[in-house]
Design a protein around this ligand. Structure first.
Ligand code: MLT
Length: 328
């Protein structure tokens, strides 16, 4: 072997540990189907957002992007799947604010809820709505609060497990009205919505991506949206501040993650594709129908996502520790 060839080989060998020996991988990425894990049941808000993003990214990447649901345990079952997946960009996670609460709420996880992931980019920030079964004995938020304060644990409130958006929103509501309810956990608010529609569940706080169409169809009652401004998709629904509960405000950010060790060129390619999807008029129109909007392009980057995520973990840690309610 010539000295030049030997030197080239040695140089290449030195690049492998740095992951820089993946230019070929990055250049050809993706060369097969990508799977995005949703850590909640099918048909729910995170599933809805993910399927819209996956469809648009698959058009851009020229490869199928499939969505797989792995619900349960407040989203930690699906997150663990991805933290322990091969770091090659073909297994991703689309999760939400749960990634900011899990590190404090869960103390005995079989994976590292922060160090186990690379960030790809933020996706959207979804407002929430307080809804109830159609025959719930209240019409306004003030009346609903009176019923909650009167009936307390006799009322059942649905959520998608500890650390889920619907759990956090429930905590904020019960704190704001200073009255507990009986919590009923589901693998996602998709299946929980069926129980609200059937009348077996009294109340739920859920993302507009799961509630808007039920609200506009008159299939559920709605008392407020948890954002400072009313939503174009729900013009007749008052804000919680308008309805007299200003402290009951929250919205649910969503982000795309890859396993720790996924090459930077691969997460950069995925982020580029995510940005393209978030500019897609078809996706933007459907998001608007469901009461949400894509994040700004500069937030759909690995760096901006990580900065935002770490800041949110730091925000929720003292709140959760003060409440002293842990998942395990
Ligand atoms: C879901 O997709 O089911 C939700 O995101 C659940 C939740 O966090 O409330």
């Amino acid at each position: 072997m010539s000295r030049l060839a030997r030197r080239a080989l040695l140089a290449l060998a030195a690049l492998v540990p740095l992951g820089l020996a993946h230019p070929a991988a990055a250049e050809t990425f993706p060369s097969r189907t990508i799977t995005v894990i949703v850590p909640f049941a099918a048909g729910g808000p995170t599933d809805t957002v993910t399927r819209l993003v996956a469809e648009s990214m698959s058009r851009d990447l020229g490869q199928t992007v499939v969505v797989e649901n792995a619900g349960g345990a407040g989203g930690t079952i699906g997150a663990q799947r991805v933290a322990q997946a091969r770091p090659d960009g073909y297994t991703l996670l689309l999760h939400h604010i749960g990634m900011a609460t899990t590190p404090t709420l869960y103390r005995r996880l079989a994976y590292d809820p922060v160090g186990g992931f690379e960030t790809v980019g933020l996706v959207t920030e979804v407002p929430m709505t307080l809804i109830a079964r159609k025959d719930f004995p209240a019409t306004t938020l003030a009346e609903a609060v009176a019923v909650i304060r009167r009936d307390r644990e006799k009322l059942n409130y649905a959520n998608a497990g500890i650390g889920a958006a619907s759990h956090l929103c429930g905590l904020l509501l019960m704190k704001a009205v200073d009255a507990p309810m009986t919590t009923v956990p589901f693998r996602g608010t998709g299946p929980a919505m069926q129980e609200v529609l059937s009348g077996r569940i009294d109340l739920m706080c859920d993302q507009t991506t799961n509630t808007t169409e039920q609200i506009n169809a008159g299939a559920v009652k709605v008392f407020a949206v948890t954002t400072p401004e009313r939503l174009p998709a729900l013009p007749n629904v008052p804000t919680s501040a308008e309805a007299g509960l200003a402290e009951f405000q929250v919205s649910i950010w969503h982000g795309l993650y890859a396993p720790k060790g996924t090459p930077a060129e691969v997460t950069a390619r995925l982020s580029q594709s995510l940005q393209t999807a978030l500019r897609d008029p078809k996706l933007i129109a459907r998001f608007a129908e469901l009461g949400t909007t894509p994040v700004a392009q500069e937030m759909a980057t690995p760096e901006a996502h990580r900065k935002f995520w770490l800041a949110d973990i730091a925000k929720w840690k003292p709140i959760i520790q003060a409440a002293g309610q842990y998942a395990d």
